[in-house]
Ligand binder design. Structure first.
Ligand SMILES: [Zn+2]
Ligand SMILES: [Zn+2]
Length: 280
């Protein structure tokens, strides 16, 4: 599979000269099958979703968008996805089933409808189908997807494992493992849902919002330390760990330092940068 990192920033976009190399768009990963094909599976619809349109090379989007959760940084790109907002688009959008049993359109419309925004989800052009999912396995666009519930803050959140039968990727952009306890280093618990999703994957894309020294003061915002992500990858047997969902004020220079400090060969550790393409 081919994986396009379209947005690797967390919480809110980070424009400006200090954020050029790692990028300022929020969470979005687009996945294509091997070969020259266009992306058909998109994980999260942060502002990085705008970068998916050029990858479609003029064609309408025909595929599935899976949301990990409904926070702004994971949905704000939705109405600006011109490749999906056109008459000939065919989009399935799936999100975690909500505890109050609200439909997918209802829950999306709480943030995307007047007076918050000019249109509702149903105002997007093309053929859109909205649905909710429970943890478990599903098939989407020729990929096998495993969904598991992941501790975060403020809303039900899933992590995903995506496989095409040859290669696999785990995606946990928002994860608060300290919610389950301090764990061995104080960075949080290495719990079965996270370990299962990341087991033996080719690449684990994981929340690296925090530095270890920030955990005591900031873990209450619902995120993980970069060092937790690396250790989770090691324990789960992931071949590569991509540190992602960067704190909005984490500059390029600081992310360079983070990458140098955590550089290792097994698992390989890379600081995710917007625009990168991974061939798995
Ligand atoms: Zn987020
Ligand atoms: Zn979140």
């Amino acid at each position: 599979m081919r994986v396009h990192l379209c947005g690797v920033r967390g919480s809110t976009p980070a424009p400006g000269p200090d954020y050029l190399r790692y990028g300022g768009q929020t969470s979005c990963v687009a996945i294509a099958h091997d070969g020259p094909g266009r992306p058909v599976l998109v994980l999260d619809a942060g502002t990085g979703l705008r970068r998916v349109t050029p990858l479609l090379r003029g064609s309408p989007f025909a595929g599935t968008i899976l949301l990990t959760h409904l926070h702004w940084d994971h949905v704000h790109g939705l109405p600006f996805f011109t490749g999906g907002d056109r008459d000939d688009a065919r989009v399935t959008l799936l999100l975690p089933a909500q505890p109050d049993r609200a439909s997918a359109v209802e829950v999306l419309a709480r943030g995307m409808s007047p007076p918050h925004f000019p249109i509702t989800p149903e105002g997007l052009r093309g053929h859109w189908r909205f649905g909710t999912i429970e943890p478990g396995q599903l098939k989407a666009e020729g990929f096998t997807v495993e969904a598991r519930e992941i501790p975060h803050k403020g809303g039900r959140t899933f992590g995903y494992r995506v496989s095409d039968g040859r290669s696999s990727l785990a995606y946990l952009p928002d994860h608060c493992p300290t919610e389950l306890g301090p764990g061995p280093e104080g960075w949080g618990v290495y719990h079965p849902a996270a370990l299962d999703l990341a087991a033996d994957v080719d690449v684990l894309i994981h929340d690296a919002f925090l530095l270890p020294e920030e955990v005591p003061a900031l873990a209450a915002f619902g995120h993980a330390a970069a060092d937790y992500a690396v250790q989770l990858g090691r324990l789960a047997g992931a071949r590569r760990v991509l540190l992602a969902h960067h704190k909005p004020d984490r500059t390029d220079a600081e992310l360079d330092r983070l990458g140098r400090r955590l550089a290792r060969t097994v698992p390989e550790v890379v600081v995710a940068a917007e625009g990168e393409i991974l061939e798995l």
